[in-house]
Write a protein that binds this ligand. Sequence first.
Ligand SMILES: [Zn+2]
Length: 171
Amino acid sequence: MAAVPAVQRLPTLQRARTLEIYKLVSDWSGNSGEILYVAHAITANGAFCLGDPPEQDTRKGAKFHPDQRYWDKKVQARIDAAGGVRAIVRIEIDCTLMPCAGLGGCFWTVPSLVQKTTGLSVDLRIFSHRDESMGKNDNMPKRYFECRSSDTHVDLEPKYDRNGGWDWAAL
Ligand SMILES: [Zn+2]
């Protein structure tokens, strides 16, 4: 019987403290209440916010999660105001928790929502903040994974399990 290959994980990441992002999300790891969500466009010169974290919505179902409610017309307006999509080299998403990955879950749905909303085929780097006991391998409770907005279901499939640990780079 062939051995099951070990999951090839992303390397642990020391994340730069980009000010626009850090000041907004640095206390999310201690958050025991609201589930928060925000995205920033990374450009050659820094970052700009694509929209404020959505208000809480207590309705049941993944489509009411902040991940899926975030990507609406306001995002396109922010991009237009910042000079259009050409300046964007990557989108970084911060969420309290790793996206849900069940049927219709945010993990599967958000990349295509990003592409639909922005018209961009772009690299996405998604960071979770709260300890969900997923960091036993590397003792890093905060997790991240990478994908592209154009990824299909098949492209996405292995990427959740490839999550790596991250933390803020030392000052
Ligand atoms: Zn979700």
